[in-house]
Design a protein around this ligand. Sequence first.
Ligand code: CU
Ligand code: ZN
Length: 184
Amino acid sequence: MRTTALAGFSLLALAACSSTPKAPPAAPAPVSTAQQAVVMLASASGSRVSGKLTLAPMGDGVHISGEVGGLAPNGQFGFHVHEKGDCSAVDATSAGGHFNPVASAHGRAGGATHHAGDMDNIVADAGGVARVNVHLRGVTLGGGAANDIAGRAMIVHADPDDYHSQPAGNAGARVACGTIKVTQ
Ligand code: CU
Ligand code: ZN
């Protein structure tokens, strides 16, 4: 008698489950689907700055490494992911503003408020070369979620980012630009 009652309950539970309305289609999960990307930074705004960066998903974000050359010796330079993968304008304004999928204010990476594309200034040595080794948290490489940086642009600026001024840290002209191209 008891077994029968339990079996009956299970059937009711299954029936209730199958009649539950379906959830709306989910947005792409914020998970990297690419293994690597490359950015060839080409000069913009008449500068001599160029470089090459390699990107790979790592932990809670994307790791970016490489070198940027042609910079003023011992200077600091704003460095960000920008919204659009379009470096066609001579001054690279075609790349749009800082990558900012959740409508934050500009700030310093790791601080309470910052754009998803905000990173610390890169620092040139006496020969005008900056060695880049940055972990950008909270973004993915591939996958198509709102925080995916594949296909966007990376930009080096003429001046340091003050991590404070809106909307872009008062970092001056865009002196190099390259798109984030997935290679594997
Ligand atoms: Cu920038
Ligand atoms: Zn910013």
